[in-house]
Write a protein of this length. Structure first.
Length: 109
């Protein structure tokens, strides 16, 4: 996981429903140590598309909307919170090692 590729986002709430939770599930975001959600650029675009579909709810029949949202959900990148946490820890250790001019072994993985 490359931390620099993650984009902070705010949860999109429409009529009291969270797009992240109700359309995609929590697997498309990770939470940083401050509780801010982050996701990939691809997922940001998919969330925006889902938002447009849901806001245009009255122009789509329920089955069409459901199929369109399912397609977006299937296309989304899945993120792993544990993987993110390990990456943050490793990068913090590497930064400390570089600051202390210690061996950088294990930091280049």
């Amino acid at each position: 996981m490359k931390l620099a590729q993650l984009i902070p986002i705010e949860n999109c709430i429409i009529n009291g429903y969270s797009l992240v939770d109700n359309v995609f599930g929590s697997g498309i975001v990770i939470l940083d140590e401050l509780g801010v959600m982050h996701t990939t650029a691809k997922n940001v675009k998919l969330i925006a598309r889902a938002q447009t579909l849901v806001e245009d709810l009255y122009n789509l029949d329920p089955q069409s909307l459901s199929c369109a949202l399912a397609t977006l959900r299937e296309a989304a990148d899945t993120l792993d919170q544990a993987d993110y946490d390990r990456t943050v820890l490793r990068e913090a250790r590497c930064a400390e090692a570089a600051a202390d001019t210690l061996s950088l072994a294990g930091c280049l993985e």
